[in-house]
Design a protein around this ligand. Structure first.
Ligand SMILES: *Cc1c(COP(=O)(O)O)cnc(C)c1O
Length: 226
């Protein structure tokens, strides 16, 4: 288990040219892997599980920017509210309200992305465009959150045309939402693309990719409970 340096440097170069941010997805990976990438200068890491993120954040340097990219349950927001850098997968108004509440307790404004449902699979979470508009409108009552943009996951399929179409839909929703910009809705980030589909995502206008296995190798979930 260790970091693929070659992939890291070639990704950095490829993404740098396009001004696309790289989130290194370290879920299920050991502290030593994160430190290895940290030593190369990387600071943005993504995690999917609250308990795992809390454990890692306690042990690792404080200047790491932690991105929560998984499905976040409302009752767990309180554990990460004090330190999380960006929550990518905000997929309900209920969750947004809870993040706002915990942000107020911590006396900070928590930055988030709203997740848009673009994939065909039912299991993927997120708003549709109408729900997005409602969420943006509700922000005026939620003073301890700021929305920096949108996030989405394409279908898990070999059909690249389908993936492309889904990313294109997300980009269009992003563009449509620009007219609702305010001091709390500042859409500059479009988080889309993972190891398998990031090239398509960039072609379709991604500004932030979330990459795990290309950097850290395949994940092993065999001893994972949640
Ligand atoms: C795990 C995960 C990733 C990274 O996946 P890879 O295919 O390993 O790059 C990106 N985004 C989300 C939301 C994830 O859960």
């Amino acid at each position: 288990m260790s970091v693929n340096h070659k992939n890291y440097y070639s990704l950095k170069e490829e993404l740098g040219k396009m001004n696309v941010a790289l989130i290194a997805v370290s879920k299920t990976k050991p502290i030593s892997d994160i430190l290895e990438l940290y030593e190369l200068g990387h600071r943005d890491f993504g995690e999917n599980y609250v308990q795992e993120l809390v454990n890692k954040a306690e042990q690792l340097p404080k200047d790491i920017r932690w991105h929560f990219i998984g499905h976040l349950q409302s009752n767990k927001v309180k554990y990460i509210a004090a330190f999380v850098h960006l929550i990518h997968g905000v997929d309900s108004l209920k969750l947004l309200k809870e993040i706002n509440k915990q942000g107020a307790k911590e006396n900070r404004i928590i930055e988030c992305l709203l997740q848009i449902h673009i994939a065909e699979e039912e299991s993927k979470f997120g708003f549709d465009e109408a729900e997005l508009n409602v969420a943006i409108t509700s922000l005026k009552d939620l003073r301890n959150v700021q929305i920096n943009g949108l996030m989405g996951m394409a279908s898990f399929t070999e059909d690249t045309h389908k993936v492309k179409t889904e990313f294109r839909t997300l980009k269009q929703i992003f563009i449509n939402s620009l007219k609702q910009s305010s001091d709390q809705y500042k859409p500059t980030v479009l988080s889309m693309g993972m190891s398998g589909d990031y090239k398509i995502a960039i072609e379709e206008g991604s500004t932030m990719v979330r990459i795990g296995s290309l950097l850290f190798g395949e994940r092993d979930y065999s001893n994972k409970t949640s």
